[in-house]
Design a protein around this ligand. Structure first.
Ligand code: THU
Length: 142
């Protein structure tokens, strides 16, 4: 078996698939306070996809971002290694993941195999970066 050396390659097909999944999740966003729905889709190193949307709360600080909800779903299913993540917002420009989400992405993506981040605007414009681009010199305890 070659599974130990198996590496996914980031392709346009994967980008499109993740963007579609993130858009579907965005449709379920609970964002009555900001009116800023966000959807995220994580692809794990094994190729599985998990999605999340932002879930707001009347006590604003309890809001959880779409990215962190997608990552929580992945972790709950036993997938701890992020290969790529697409984030779709309703902004007319490309909005990248917030700082808190960047740190959480780092938890499940090593610096030598950094997750690919696709940030997608409401008009479909997309920017592809890695988590190392978005959060250089990350905080690590281990
Ligand atoms: N939000 C996300 O879901 N992801 C981010 O990376 C940034 C912000 C959400 C939180 C809140 O529900 C709304 O967008 C406005 O900040």
């Amino acid at each position: 078996m070659m599974t130990e050396n198996y590496r996914l390659e980031f392709t346009q097909e994967i980008q499109d698939k993740l963007t579609t999944a993130a858009l579907e999740a965005q449709a379920n966003a609970y964002s009555p306070y900001s009116n800023f729905p966000v959807g995220a889709a994580v692809m794990t190193q094994e190729g599985s996809i998990f999605t999340g949307c932002n879930v707001e709360n009347a006590s604003y600080g309890l809001t959880v971002c779409a990215e962190r909800n997608a990552i929580a779903a992945s972790v709950a299913a036993g997938h701890l290694n992020i290969f790529a993540i697409a984030v779709v917002t309703s902004a007319p420009f490309v909005a990248r993941p917030c700082g808190a989400c960047r740190q959480v992405i780092c938890e499940f993506s090593s610096e030598d195999r950094p997750a690919t981040i696709v940030s997608v605007a409401s008009n479909g414009d997309a920017v592809v970066q890695t988590i190392n681009d978005l959060l250089p010199d990350r905080f690590n305890l281990l």
